[in-house]
Structure formats: structure tokens, C-alpha cells
Design a protein around this ligand. Structure first.
Ligand code: ADP
Ligand code: C5P
Ligand code: MG
Length: 186
């Protein structure tokens, strides 16, 4: 799952999990959990998130792989990762795996800003100064990752403007097709 801050990734992930039974792994949630867990990386993660920058890949990849290894599910929905080419290359190198499908939530900046500012989850990065930085990081570091997967024919672009249900009706057929493909293989 790719898309800028507030494009609705987490919201759609909940619906995808309900409907298609994936294990949801949000890189941002894992980093926030690590941040408050007395980890040696706690203050580094806090400062990085506050500045809207990307946490070093080795830290994030380790957290994601730990969750994957301890899950009895084998279908993973990874949200907010890879956020940079460095993220992508580190994950591929360490895990030897690549996503089957990449969803890109395409959302205008003004809509993303409005959603983030009304998210109300007490996040230290949901303020206008950090949002501006996150949008710049998204353009500079995340868009190249989406281009990379697009060249491999893996990207499904979702128009992220509309109601939650309207957006899910664009998401649903992508996962339906994945289910069908898996059935055909078995
Ligand atoms: P992301 O994970 O991409 O940062 P979220 O799913 O957390 O985005 O959504 C950001 C905020 O916008 C949340 O408060 C969420 O409830 C709200 N939101 C999500 N999807 C929509 C939508 N389609 N229309 C209006 N608000 C939305
Ligand atoms: O995806 P989410 O909005 O929860 O991400 C919040 C922050 O977590 C990002 O702005 C970034 O600072 C950090 N993050 C990261 N690397 C990722 C995902 C998130 O550093 N792959
Ligand atoms: Mg999110």
C-alpha cells in the first residue's frame, strides 16, 4: 500500500483485512510501537517521525520481518512501506521477497492535508509543519518506488478521493483478482 500522508491507506487496510483476511502490517504503527517500548531506537524514531523523515531501513525491515515470522497468516498487507528506494532494496535483500501487487492511493495534496489535520489521534507528526515536510519526502523518496513497481506492471492506481466505501469498490476487484490467481495456482 503506497500513498501520501492522509491518502487513506490505514482506513482501507481495515476493510481489506475484514474482506480478504490479510495480516495488516503498518510500518508507521510498528515504528510508533517500537518508539514507546523502551527500545534503544526510541528517541531516534521519535525525532525522525517528528521531522517527517524516513527511519533507517534496517530498523523498519527488522520490525516488519519479526511480525511476519510470528504470524500464522501467510498473506501480508504491508502499509506505508517501502517508503524509499533504500527501504525497498533493504527489504528485498534481507527477505528475498517482493510484493505481488502494489496499490497506490492517488490523492491531491489539499485533501491529504485536510484529512491529516482532522485525524485526531494525537500523533506528533499530524501538524502543518511536519505535514509539509512529509509531503516533500513523499515526492522525493516515495514516488520513485511507485515508478519502480509501475515499470514492473505491479501498480494499481486508486483514486483516493471519495467516500471510504467508494474507494473500497476500486480496491475490492484488485484483491478479488489476486484470490482468483491464487485459486488457479492451487
Ligand atoms: P493514511 O494511513 O494514508 O495516512 P488514514 O487512513 O489514517 O490515512 O486516513 C487519514 C484520515 O482521513 C483519518 O482521520 C481517516 O478517518 C480519514 N479518511 C480516510 N479515508 C477517508 C475518505 N475516503 N474520506 C474522508 N476521510 C477519510
Ligand atoms: O505511514 P505513517 O503515516 O504512519 O508514517 C508515519 C511516519 O513514520 C512517517 O512520516 C515516517 O517518519 C515514519 N515511517 C518511516 N518509514 C516507513 C514508514 C513510516 O520512517 N517505511
Ligand atoms: Mg496510516
Amino acid at each position: 500500500m503506497e500513498g501520501g500522508p492522509g491518502s487513506g491507506k490505514g482506513t482501507q487496510c481495515i476493510k481489506i483485512v475484514e474482506t480478504f483476511g490479510f495480516k495488516h502490517l503498518s510500518a508507521g504503527d510498528l515504528l510508533r510501537r517500537e518508539m514507546v517500548s523502551n527500545s534503544e531506537y526510541g528517541s531516534m524514531i521519535l525525532n525522525t517521525i517528528k521531522e517527517g523523515r524516513i527511519v533507517p531501513s534496517e530498523v523498519t525491515v527488522k520490525l516488519i520481518l519479526k511480525e511476519m515470522e510470528s504470524s500464522d497468516n501467510h498473506k501480508f498487507l504491508i502499509d506505508g512501506f517501502p517508503r524509499s528506494e533504500e527501504n525497498r532494496i533493504a527489504f528485498e535483500k534481507i527477505s528475498g521477497a517482493e510484493p505481488d501487487v502494489v496499490l497506490f492511493f492517488d490523492c491531491p495534496e489539499d485533501v491529504m492535508v485536510k484529512r491529516v489535520l482532522s485525524r485526531n489521534q494525537g500523533r506528533i507528526d499530524d501538524n502543518i509543519d511536519t505535514i509539509k515536510k512529509r509531503l516533500k519526502v513523499f515526492e522525493a523518496l516515495n514516488l520513485p518506488v511507485i515508478d519502480y513497481y509501475a515499470k514492473k506492471g505491479k501498480v494499481h492506481r486508486i483514486n483516493a478521493v471519495g467516500t471510504v466505501d467508494e474507494i473500497f469498490e476500486q480496491v475490492r476487484p484488485v484483491f478479488k483478482a489476486c484470490e482468483q490467481k491464487a485459486l488457479n495456482r492451487s
